[in-house]
Design a protein around this ligand. Structure first.
Ligand SMILES: Cc1cc2nc3c(=O)[nH]c(=O)nc-3n(C[C@H](O)[C@H](O)[C@H](O)COP(=O)(O)OP(=O)(O)OC[C@H]3O[C@@H](n4cnc5c(N)ncnc54)[C@H](O)[C@@H]3O)c2cc1C
Length: 386
């Protein structure tokens, strides 16, 4: 049982002062990994938290986690929020492949991969989408052929976020060409240092290049790196999507920009009543979303299997963020259409890029249309319309 005062004292004593302020630059957000370069205090904060397992508070101590039960994990999260502390570590290891291994991985895979995730030593990326397989993910063609204790992987992935920065990739490959498309898929873990892998960044509408095309030419992957069973990876793939959709929904909890938005309404739009109504409506919807999400997360333990409800949260959270960013753009008016150069402040240029980036929220992790299909069929049990 954690003691609240003691926890607060420990956090105050161990958090470098800058960790109590929001990051000023994306490079100050620690994703870990061998290729990452982070400021000294960012790394110190990550290390001191990882030492207690508090980068992954609910994971079992056997794998380096904090071993906290849901109540203690909430106490820790509340204390961190009250002190305005930054998360010490983020990434797909903590939010996607780690939870999946706790749920579906063998003891050997857990012991090998979870501790380096907790310590932020290894950064992960996700190789699901292919040029011909996005919403129709089961149509994927990247193949893996057995050669003794290895698979030989050939093919291509696309939209692989941070493939150029990651150390390992979890991916879906076709191991049986003949069967029905959902069968014959295997979920494997691939070291990005393996010979035969090349990655090429893709530029986004927002100007950033966070994701890549990834190419595989005769890449050897040990059969021991399979999660679940060979040819039965579709169920594992779907379990991971549950974790991914929960992670994406969590990104769109209260944004902390309400005061700034109201201020901008006065500065840029003279307090326009229509825009004011839209802000009020958005904030009410945000409060309902946050409360519903908090209730759904109450009592969630490490190893929890998210169900189809993750699609509800993914859909609503991302659509809410798209509304928020569009509202910001409407409040800023012509000042929201700058790209660079004079006539625009840094904040205005950032608002434009954040607005454009938000368009991807309804696509990543499965599009809004696909989430609505899942909610209709799997949550509400509605019949197919033919
Ligand atoms: C910011 C961002 C980050 C991403 N990161 C990753 C990553 O790290 N790893 C990875 O593997 N992928 C990643 N993706 C890819 C993402 O998962 C796919 O873009 C997504 O699944 C959609 O696939 P698609 O682009 O092929 O579009 P398509 O599947 O071709 O869809 C095109 C349109 O048709 C609609 N549609 C398709 N099928 C149906 C249907 N049955 N019913 C109704 N409408 C339908 C879709 O909703 C969409 O509007 C990322 C995407 C974005 C935008």
């Amino acid at each position: 049982m954690l003691d609240r005062d003691e926890t607060r004292r420990w956090l105050l004593a161990n958090a470098p002062p800058r960790m109590r302020t929001p990051p000023e630059h994306p490079d100050e957000i620690c994703w870990g990994g061998r290729k990452g370069k982070y400021p000294e205090d960012v790394l110190r904060w990550k290390d001191v938290m990882a030492e207690r397992g508090w980068t992954a508070p609910t994971w079992p101590t056997a794998y380096g986690g904090g071993g906290l039960d849901p109540d203690d994990a909430k106490l820790l999260a509340d204390e961190m929020a009250a002190l305005g502390l930054r998360p010490p570590l983020v990434g797909f290891g903590l939010t996607m492949i780690g939870p999946l291994l706790l749920q579906e991985g063998s003891e050997e895979l857990r012991r090998r991969h979870l501790p380096p995730i907790v310590r932020g030593q290894i950064r992960w990326c996700q190789g699901y989408s292919e040029p011909g397989a996005g919403s129709d993910l089961a149509g994927l063609k990247t193949r893996a052929e057995r050669d003794g204790d290895d698979f030989i992987v050939n093919g291509q992935k696309i939209w692989t976020s941070y493939a150029d920065k990651a150390d390992w990739m979890f991916l879906l490959v076709r191991t049986d060409q003949g069967s029905k498309k959902q069968d014959g898929i295997t979920f494997i873990l691939m070291d990005m240092e393996s010979p035969g892998i090349s990655v090429k960044p893709i530029r986004l509408i927002s100007g950033a290049s966070p994701f890549c095309e990834s190419f595989f030419a005769d890449v050897r992957v040990p059969v021991a790196n399979v999660v679940g069973e060979i040819d039965r990876g579709w169920a594992v793939a779907r379990a991971l999507l549950g974790h991914e959709r929960n992670m994406i929904a969590d990104l769109f909890k209260e944004r902390g920009d309400r005061e700034r938005l109201v201020q901008a309404l006065a500065t840029y739009a003279g307090g326009d009543p229509v825009l004011r109504d839209r802000i009020a409506e958005l904030e009410i919807d945000q409060a309902c979303f946050d409360d519903t999400l908090a209730r759904a997360r109450d009592g969630v333990q490490a190893g929890h299997k998210p169900g189809h409800e993750s699609s509800i949260f993914k859909y609503y959270g991302t659509e809410l963020n798209i509304r928020r960013r569009a509202l910001w753009a409407d409040v800023l008016g012509p000042q929201a259409v700058g790209w660079d150069g004079p006539g625009f402040t840094e904040d205005e240029l950032t608002a434009t890029k954040v607005w454009l980036r938000s368009r991807g929220n309804s696509i990543e992790g499965g599009t809004s249309e696909i989430q609505l299909n899942i909610i209709a069929k799997r949550v509400l049990g509605l019949p197919n319309v033919t």
